[in-house]
Write a protein that binds this ligand. Structure first.
Ligand code: PHB
Length: 395
């Protein structure tokens, strides 16, 4: 049989198989079905606004790709995880087992993320983390199918301590919600602050998501440190900033924080937020064409100002689109998909970044200050900072 006739008879056989429905279901789905995208985010509770900003940013990036991934239409699935760690595994399984998603985009809370991590490791479903910084996700429990587009919890605070000592604040109190995000943010803070010559007078904490700060603020007033550093986010951050000022501490003991403290809360916190200095992998005022265009597009689409969460959601969309394009929408081609995601450069509003070996962004950390309800960049606090990825062994 000539080569030409062989080719012809092969394609005739394929047409026959397609018309009788005999094509392998995987191939048929990869080529013609919709990509199933699962969003697992908080839409209620103290992090509700963060979930919305992440979804908005993610959708904006996808819309800018023509609303498709690797040439395929998208079917959306959504779960409100309520920032409730005990429901994490069950909620992730709703997306993986019931909805059969190709990718989980989520979530915000580090405790809930551990539920997603377990399901992602067991099922092999692609997991993109648009916020939660829990170390284990890209350290001891890293996985080839898990990629983070945000930060590790100790990344933003690593450069905070030096900025405080540079300003003459050598004795600090640390205060946070007591759970992985706060404890790991403290790890980064402590390392940088001690190395710069600072002393930590006391660590204070309260359970997530409590916001009864009064007794702790009274304790801070009695301790009289040079400064206070903290991790809070979302609705709780807005209240902490207001309560700190209302307790009369704002003008006596400068407040510093991981940058989440002043993200998405500047309207709600009002004048109490003015002057607060933080470190973060993004700043509203980054003077680049990329950031300005993003802020304009986001504001036009959603009638809201974007914040770091919106940027992280946007970057998750940019990353996923790169991966999907590399495999032409074939999410079953996992080796090629993971390779493309690992090798991606994300052209983010925060500045270009790449993935570390353990799948966490290598990125610049900015020093910022709240001026006229905006996080203004003061400088780069750490250049191309990578998480250690300690204990990560890719299977
Ligand atoms: C987290 O739980 O990992 C977390 C939550 C909110 C943030 C940052 C980290 O703003």
């Amino acid at each position: 049989m000539s080569t030409r006739r062989l080719v012809l008879s092969r394609s005739a056989a394929l047409i026959g198989a397609a018309s009788t429905g005999l094509l392998l279901p995987e191939i048929a789905r990869a080529q013609s079905g919709k990509v199933r995208v699962g969003l697992m985010l908080p839409y209620t509770g103290t992090f509700a606004q963060l979930g919305v900003a992440i979804e908005n940013g993610f959708r904006l990036a996808i819309d800018q790709q023509g609303g498709k991934l690797g040439g395929r239409e998208i079917e959306w699935f959504k779960v409100d995880d309520e920032s409730e760690p005990p429901k994490g595994i069950e909620n992730a399984n709703k997306l993986v087992q019931r909805d059969k998603v190709d990718v989980i985009v989520g979530t915000v809370h580090s405790g809930v993320q551990m539920g997603i991590q377990r399901v992602a490791r067991e099922s092999g479903v692609l997991s993109l983390i648009p916020n939660a910084g829990v170390h284990a996700a890209t350290r001891a429990q890293c996985a080839p199918n898990v990629f983070r587009t945000s930060f590790s919890n100790s990344q933003p605070t690593r450069a905070l301590g030096k900025a405080m000592v540079d300003r003459g604040h050598k004795k600090a109190v640390w205060i946070t919600w007591k759970y992985a995000a706060g404890d790991e943010a403290f790890e980064g803070f402590k390392e940088g602050y001690l190395a710069a010559g600072g002393t930590i007078v006391k660590e204070l904490g309260l359970p997530f998501p409590q916001v009864e700060f009064q007794a702790l603020l009274t304790e801070i007033a009695a301790l009289k440190p040079d400064a206070v550093a903290c991790f809070f986010a979302g609705g709780g951050a807005a209240k902490f900033i207001r309560d700190y000022a209302a307790a009369g501490l704002k003008d006596k003991i400068p407040l510093y924080g991981s940058g989440f403290l002043t993200e998405g809360v500047l309207e709600a916190a009002g004048p109490a937020a003015e002057g607060i200095i933080t470190t973060m992998h993004y700043s509203d005022s980054l003077d680049t064409p990329r950031n300005k265009q993003f802020r304009l597009d986001y504001a036009k689409t959603f009638r809201l100002q974007p914040d770091v969460y919106a940027v992280q959601g946007y970057d998750t969309g940019l990353l996923l689109a790169q991966g999907a394009n590399a495999v032409k929408g074939d999410f079953a081609n996992k080796a090629a998909l993971h390779k493309a995601l690992k090798g991606a450069t994300v052209d983010s509003p925060r500045g270009k970044w790449t993935m570390s070996e353990s799948h966490n962004p290598i990125q610049d950390i900015y020093l910022r200050q709240v001026v006229n309800k905006e996080n203004k960049v003061l400088g780069v606090a750490a250049k191309a900072l990578a998480d250690s990825g300690a204990g990560c062994k890719m299977a």
